[in-house]
Design a protein around this ligand. Structure first.
Ligand SMILES: [Zn+2]
Length: 295
């Protein structure tokens, strides 16, 4: 089977070092397997999105010399497909309407290592006088295991750790967990290289893949870059946009975060020369086997 990888940024701001590192890792992993590398814009969260950010990210990737295969996939244009799959899950009896507000969920839920576990309040039907807000997927009391290529063996029991989770949000948008699973399957993704902040949501995605009869891809979660306060670099933590005038330096910096040990001489090389070196020397097993790296 041929390799298909992907990079899937959310257009919540310009590309920062954290997302560049994920782009570089997924790109080099695909290229070292003579595979395809696809670009997907995860624009399903309009309140958090910034106008023009998607185009800005695409332009920045171009300036860095990334080359993607096929057309760019925009999640915002795929709602019909998501709705179809949601109907399928409904027919199979896997989903139900939930009337709980955020306050209800916190009041009835229990705290686990992964946040507030949904208590299953609306599983047997919505309480009289309340109306449906979101749609949830029924999970089972079984452990889901997977072997992450960087983080190692991982296990989660969705019933005990997470509870039934949202597949359509109260604002009517398809939830990330469902959209990402549908898109990865539709695009034939064979391996997902992304930030470790998504490690904990992988079992939810594997559970959905199993319900929908999709193949589960391989996973490799790279450490996320955190600031001095231990927060992931993001728009919310005011991560600075990458300076594309010094793309070469930023690329070398990204390779250092990925523990690829680029030689000193590369610091003054062109972007093309850096990519040549990186493609030839890329080793996924050199990436630090940890969840976080300090900026
Ligand atoms: Zn509920």
């Amino acid at each position: 089977m041929s390799y298909i990888g992907r990079f899937a940024p959310s257009p919540t701001g310009p590309l920062h070092m954290g997302s560049l590192v994920a782009a570089v890792a997924s790109y080099l992993q695909a290229k070292s397997h003579q595979g395809k590398w696809l670009l997907r814009i995860e624009d399903l969260d309009p309140p958090r999105e910034i106008k023009g950010a998607a185009d800005n990210i695409i332009r920045t990737l171009e300036q860095f010399g990334f080359e993607w295969d096929d057309e760019i996939c925009y999640q915002s244009k795929r709602s019909e497909l998501y709705e179809e799959i949601l109907q399928q899950l409904n027919v199979q009896g896997h989903i139900y309407s939930c009337a709980c507000s955020r306050t209800d969920i916190h009041a009835t839920g229990s705290m686990t290592a992964f946040g507030v576990r949904y208590a299953g309040t609306c599983r047997a039907g919505i309480a009289r006088g309340k109306s449906a807000r979101s749609i949830r997927l029924m999970v089972t009391d079984t452990s889901i295991f997977f072997a992450d290529k960087i983080q190692g063996n991982y296990q989660q029991n969705l019933h005990q750790d997470i509870g039934d989770f949202v597949v359509r949000r109260a604002d009517g948008q398809t939830a990330y967990q469902l959209a990402v699973v549908i898109d990865d399957a539709a695009q034939g993704i064979t391996e997902i290289v992304r930030g470790s902040d998504l490690l904990d949501s992988t079992p939810r995605q594997i559970f959905l893949q199993q319900l929908l009869d999709y193949t589960t891809p391989q996973y490799a979660h790279i450490p996320v870059i955190v600031n001095r306060q231990g927060e992931k670099l993001s728009k919310q933590t005011r991560a600075t946009a990458i300076d594309t005038d010094s793309a070469g330096a930023a690329l070398v910096h990204a390779l250092c975060y990925l523990q690829q040990q680029p030689p000193r001489s590369l610091r003054h090389a062109t972007v093309g020369e850096i990519w040549d070196w990186a493609r030839e020397h890329w080793q996924l097993q050199h990436v630090a086997r940890q969840r976080m790296i300090k900026a």
